[in-house]
Design a protein around this ligand. Structure first.
Ligand SMILES: Cc1cc2nc3c(=O)[nH]c(=O)nc-3n(C[C@H](O)[C@H](O)[C@H](O)COP(=O)(O)OP(=O)(O)OC[C@H]3O[C@@H](n4cnc5c(N)ncnc54)[C@H](O)[C@@H]3O)c2cc1C
Length: 331
């Protein structure tokens, strides 16, 4: 579904449950009390009028704007990953028949991978996640560059043969980062406000939602009692950190040729296929039984990589080049 519709449902539900929702305004700064017991949030409405509000606990859910991570200068580019994306919406894209109509398709190509996500209203979201060096080669308007990029992947081009681009083409560069800390006296960061890895397999919303479920509800008693705030936040971070810290390294392997081979010819020994799908979908919280299968999957991955050492060394060299060649910030 479209994010705008999903976000509207979440927002109205929060409102119906008693949240004081303010729209059309932007937080400009958060000034924390010296004793860490609260904060003053200041900002402006869209018409320029200022606003401010007191908070016992600030939960930063500002997404890739990373309001608090920028304020504290704790935002760090991810040294293990570096990619950019071009995306737009199409009408008339060919879908799978029957029950598979809504399935997401992933396409590999020479400079990265594509997502094709059928939306409920008939539109299809198509995006290319590419290495920054490729974005640097752009010498034409974004729309043309995007359509030329799609043409590099015949299987995707075939699905879009009768399709029309129905939106502007957007580009975002160099988007993998995390904050060195997730919480401190009087604040927590959740979702993309803390970290963003990669849109691979659509885990971002799931991870952000899980962060929302776990942190704010758990931190409510801590807001009321400053004495329990620090240890409580630390526990809460450990729970969420499990997801964020354990998943990335393997997510980066998704573009490795051995992992591609494994994905294209999946086998489910020791339930490794289910475990990988759970991890890529961001379903990694709580008492999920996937970790044994993930360890086995890693073992298989490393064995296959050793079995084809020359290709693995070439892939490692290429990956290092891809990560270090920088297309700058947002494209
Ligand atoms: C190219 C790309 C493709 C993606 N594709 C997918 C996908 O297919 N599936 C998926 O699950 N995830 C996808 N993601 C990831 C997903 O979009 C994010 O992980 C998810 O939106 C994070 O949710 P969030 O609530 O933390 O932040 P957001 O959804 O970004 O929400 C942040 C909110 O805070 C508001 N805000 C920001 N700054 C301020 C401020 N100063 N004052 C007031 N309000 C502010 C913003 O307006 C916004 O409403 C993709 C990401 C990218 C970059």
């Amino acid at each position: 579904m479209r994010r705008s519709e999903f976000d509207e449902i979440l927002l109205r539900n929060a409102q119906a449950k008693g949240a004081d929702v303010r729209e059309g305004c932007r937080v400009r700064d958060v000034q924390f009390d010296a004793d860490g017991r609260g904060a003053l949030v200041v900002g402006t409405h869209d018409d320029g009028t200022p606003f401010e509000g007191r908070a016992r606990m600030v939960i930063d859910a500002s997404g890739r704007d990373t309001v608090l991570a920028r304020k504290f200068d704790t935002k760090r580019r991810n040294p293990h990953h570096n990619s950019s994306a071009l995306y737009g919406h199409f009408t008339g894209a060919r879908r799978h028949p029957g029950r598979d109509e809504g399935n997401i398709t992933i396409f590999w190509f020479a400079h990265g991978w594509f997502w094709l996500i059928p939306l409920a209203d008939g539109c299809t979201s198509v995006g290319a996640v590419v290495w920054p060096y490729y974005l640097k080669t752009r010498d034409k308007p974004l729309k043309e560059f995007f359509l030329d990029t799609i043409a590099l992947c015949p299987a995707l081009a075939e699905r879009l043969q009768d399709a029309q681009l129905a939106s502007d083409v957007e580009a975002t560069g160099n988007f993998s980062y995390s904050s060195r800390q997730t919480h401190g006296p009087g604040y927590l960061m959740i979702g993309d406000a803390f970290a963003f890895i990669d849109p691979v397999f659509s885990s971002g919303v799931m991870l952000a939602m899980q962060g929302g479920f776990r942190r704010p509800t758990r931190s409510r008693p801590a807001c009321a009692n400053p004495r329990v705030r620090r240890p409580h936040c630390a526990r809460s971070t450990a729970v969420c950190g499990t997801g964020r810290a354990s998943s990335p390294r393997f997510i980066y392997r998704i573009t490795h040729p051995v992992m591609r081979d494994m994905l294209m010819a999946p086998s489910n020994v020791f339930r490794v296929k289910e475990a990988l799908l759970s991890m890529l979908a961001g379903d990694i919280y709580g008492k999920t039984p996937i970790w044994r299968s993930i360890r086995i999957l890693k073992g298989i991955f490393y064995m296959l990589s050793l079995g084809n050492l020359r290709r693995s060394i070439a892939a490692a060299r290429q990956r290092r080049f891809n990560i270090t060649s920088d297309a700058g910030s947002d494209a």
